[in-house]
Design a protein around this ligand. Structure first.
Ligand code: SF4
Length: 123
């Protein structure tokens, strides 16, 4: 099978042409990559695509109404909706400290949802 993709790991944005057989990952061949990371990127995108999530969650009694949150490691792409569903259920009350783990091992993944901003309580 042949697939074209752009490597997003650096500003060069190489236009990769990938030849692969899903049953034989060792047979991966990648053209147009300026460095070895292009092949790693293509393999990861085809065999185990992962993504990170950054969003915001409403905070009760905060100096601002929302706190930014993110997951602390990439998750399998097919888990994104499950993770977003869990994040949507969060009910937060100020104060929230940046770096606080809000959900541990969210939706059965290895990722934690953490706050990326401090929101003080309104006086
Ligand atoms: S293949 Fe290498 S040089 Fe090209 S975009 Fe990816 S990381 Fe950058």
């Amino acid at each position: 099978m042949t697939k074209e993709m752009i490597c997003i790991l650096c500003p060069n944005g190489c236009n990769l042409v990938v030849y692969f057989d899903e049953k034989n990952p060792d047979g991966f061949k990648v053209e147009n990559a300026l460095c070895p990371k292009g092949k790693e990127y293509a393999q990861s995108e085809i065999l185990d695509p992962r993504r990170t999530i950054a969003t915001s969650v409403r905070v009760e009694d905060g100096e601002i109404p929302l706190v930014s949150v993110k997951i602390d490691r990439p998750i399998p792409k097919n888990k994104i909706f499950d993770v977003m569903r869990e994040i949507k259920k969060l009910k937060l009350k100020a104060p929230i400290r940046s770096g606080t783990i809000l959900i541990s091992k969210v939706a059965g993944t290895e990722a934690n949802v953490i706050a990326t901003k401090t929101v003080e309580r309104v006086k």
